[in-house]
Design a protein around this ligand. Structure first.
Ligand SMILES: NC(=O)c1ccc[n+]([C@@H]2O[C@H](COP(=O)([O-])OP(=O)(O)OC[C@H]3O[C@@H](n4cnc5c(N)ncnc54)[C@H](OP(=O)(O)O)[C@@H]3O)[C@@H](O)[C@H]2O)c1
Length: 263
């Protein structure tokens, strides 16, 4: 097992990526502390983990609330003795932002994803690092998107938010790697099996006169493999990056766009 007895905290664990990562971590023997803004979806993931003989504690947690993140992490330390992996899979709702041209976008709506994504990632990483430094060991991870590296229309401040998270990944690594802590991001392509992508793009596909299936084919045609990555593949990469097998990986973002985006 690649993560046997590793203590992993996942933020946004009730979401598509957070849930898939939780199931994959559990299958590799990790001891899970799953958190999310609403409890029900996190509990559903924990039930899957338990059904597969895994171990998962659940907590309702706003990953933008410094005190709440701090208190929760302390409770993890009290119970498990340490934290080995911090994975931030939080996704900020953006239905009011998507589709609005930048020239028409309100400054508060533009700033929202930039402030929320960076705040949540900074808080969860910083507080985890404080517990990892004394052990001189740990892995801090998050998820970004190809918007960090290429111009995409009608997504408001999401691109700058993803670029900021990637910059923060490098900066955290520059400061923490000397203490044995690795910091690694994952940058997946859009996965149509997730609610995030379906809700964001199905209406826009229809509005532009193509079916949802045609839109997915268009995206897939831009990859070298002519197909889009699955949640399971992203979760498998998360396992690898969190494991000792990736001991040489830090300060970088794993490009999971299957050739859509050059390095
Ligand atoms: N899906 C994709 O294909 C894809 C591809 C590339 C990048 N990404 C990025 O990966 C991230 C996760 O995507 P996803 O598809 O897994 O999104 P998702 O299914 O919407 O999951 C996001 C999770 O974050 C939680 N959350 C939101 N605000 C929170 C807060 N303040 N505190 C704690 N939890 C909070 C949500 O909880 P509630 O539902 O309870 O609010 C939800 O469970 C996003 O940044 C997304 O942009 C996704």
């Amino acid at each position: 097992m690649m993560l046997k007895n590793k203590v992993a905290v996942i933020y946004g664990a009730g979401g598509a990526i957070g849930g898939a990562v939780a199931r994959a971590f559990a299958a590799e023997g990790a001891i899970l502390f799953l958190t999310g803004r609403h409890l029900a979806p996190v509990e559903a993931v924990a039930r899957d983990v338990a059904a597969a003989d895994g171990s998962a504690d659940v907590a309702k947690l706003d990953a933008l609330d410094e005190q709440a993140v701090d208190n929760h992490l302390q409770s993890v330390i009290d119970e498990a003795g340490r934290v080995d992996i911090s994975f931030n899979a939080v996704g900020i709702p953006d239905t009011d932002i998507l589709g609005v041209p930048l020239a028409d976008l309100d400054i508060e709506l533009f700033s929202l994803p930039i402030l929320a994504y960076t705040r949540s990632y900074f808080l969860t990483a910083r507080l985890a690092a404080r517990h990892m430094v004394p052990n001189r060991s740990g892995v801090i991870m998050t998820v970004t998107a190809l918007h960090s590296r290429t111009g995409i229309a009608l997504v408001g401040g999401y691109g700058p938010a993803m670029a900021a998270k990637e910059a923060l990944t490098r900066d955290l690594s520059a400061e923490l790697a000397p203490y044995g802590i690795r910091v690694v991001g994952l940058r997946p392509q859009a996965m149509p099996e997730t609610r995030t992508i379906k809700e964001a793009f199905e209406p826009r596909a229809e509005a532009s006169g193509v079916t949802w299936e045609q839109w997915q084919e268009l995206l897939a045609s831009r990859t070298h493999a002519r197909r889009l990555m699955t949640l399971e593949e992203v979760a498998n990469m998360a396992v690898l990056m969190a494991s000792e097998k990736a001991s040489g990986m830090t300060g970088t973002i794993v490009n999971l766009t299957m050739g859509s985006l050059d390095d």
